[in-house]
Design a protein around this ligand. Structure first.
Ligand SMILES: Nc1ncnc2c1ncn2[C@@H]1O[C@H](COP(=O)(O)OP(=O)(O)OP(=O)(O)O)[C@@H](O)[C@H]1O
Ligand SMILES: [Mg+2]
Length: 331
């Protein structure tokens, strides 16, 4: 898995330029100051709740905190869960519970910071109120050893008893100057030239979502020059349209082409595997195939495999192979 992460880090600019330390986070100054203050006293760190729009640094800040609190080995003592990816909330509950239940023994006295396990629960606003209530109990039962870092887009979707157990940080959209300056740094590093207007255009499209801005920048920079016209053609195809193209290729028996485009979609354009299946499902029904129900059964199986932690690239490639096979059966 780590080789996959490393190659992702090299190919996707959003990962390559993800800040490793709180001080590198663009804007969000008040939040960075607030968190830095809390980190001065790691033993007394409270549970944290981050809320705010997509692509402004919430997950990034959470990972920086994990690194600060737990040191270089932070991954070992950090459980990252995505409440919306893991289909069954029950599964989230089981995993949080079993992870939180392991009492962290402070064996390494040279590093007094290492006293907690950290659970980062992303997209918590996708959890039902019942699941959040269960989570609240888990937080209470495990708070001697475990700190929770809960992330959401909409604070209003988080139940009050959960909010009241956390210190809340509200992340805001980034300004045009912040986003454009950041894109300029990336361009310089990637030896890519740009038109000022093109960067302004990217900001206009993304309205302060830095992740989306960087993804569009990368997609527009294939020729090492970002212009209004390369931004337009990169934007010409939405994620959904790209998924449709992949499904059509597979169904017409062009498995290899569809496989390559799938890799491009997930690594360069950053579409999640869950989103891929969601769009694929819509596409399959809109294509009015003779056997959509058979394909739906197939999709349900792959959906389940992804939810249970199977290797996503491998599973989706196998799914495309199955689609191509079905196509040849039809002939
Ligand atoms: N404030 C920021 N400073 C520097 N880079 C940022 C910032 N916000 C976002 N990025 C870039 O965008 C990528 C995605 O950011 P991040 O995962 O932190 O977003 P998020 O706020 O968690 O979004 P979501 O709500 O969609 O999960 C990062 O890898 C980084 O490259
Ligand atoms: Mg996030």
């Amino acid at each position: 898995m780590s080789t996959l992460n490393n190659s992702l880090r090299n190919t996707m600019w959003v990962e390559k330029y993800r800040p490793q330390d709180l001080e590198q986070i663009v804007n969000q100054n008040e939040i960075v100051d607030g968190i830095s203050n809390l980190l001065k006293n790691p033993e007394a760190i409270p549970h944290l709740l981050f809320a705010g729009p997509p692509g402004v640094g919430k997950t990034t800040a959470a990972l920086c905190i994990a690194r600060r609190l737990l040191g270089e080995d932070w991954r070992k003592d950090t459980l990252e869960l995505n409440a919306s990816d893991e289909r069954g909330i029950k599964m989230v509950r089981e995993r949080v519970k079993s992870f939180a239940a392991v009492i962290k023994l402070v064996t390494d006295s040279s590093n007094e910071h290492k006293m907690y396990r950290l659970i980062i629960l992303d997209e918590a606003d996708e959890m039902t109120p019942e699941a959040q209530t269960a989570l609240r109990r888990i937080i209470e039962d495990s708070s001697k050893t475990t700190r929770f870092l809960i992330i959401c887009n909409y604070l209003s979707q988080i139940i009050d008893p959960l909010q009241s157990r956390c210190v809340i940080f509200r992340f805001t959209r980034l300004t045009e100057k912040d986003v454009v300056d950041h894109m300029k740094i990336i361009c310089k590093n990637e030896e890519t030239s740009f038109e000022e207007k093109a960067l302004a255009k990217i900001y206009e499209i993304t309205s302060g979502d830095l992740r989306l801005s960087i993804n569009i920048l990368q997609a527009s920079a294939a020729t090492k020059h970002v212009s209004i016209s390369t931004v337009h053609s990169a934007m010409g195809m939405s994620g959904k349209a790209r998924v449709s193209e992949i499904i059509r290729l597979a169904i017409s028996g062009k498995f290899n082409e569809s496989r390559i485009k799938l890799m491009e979609l997930t690594t360069v354009f950053g579409i999640s595997h869950g989103d891929f299946l969601k769009y694929a499902y819509q596409e399959i029904y809109s294509l009015k195939l003779p056997n959509p129900n058979k394909i739906a059964v197939l999709m349900a199986e792959y959906d389940f495999r992804l939810a249970t932690g199977a290797h996503p690239d491998l599973q989706l490639t196998a799914f495309l192979a199955q689609l191509a096979l079905q196509a040849s059966d039809q002939q």
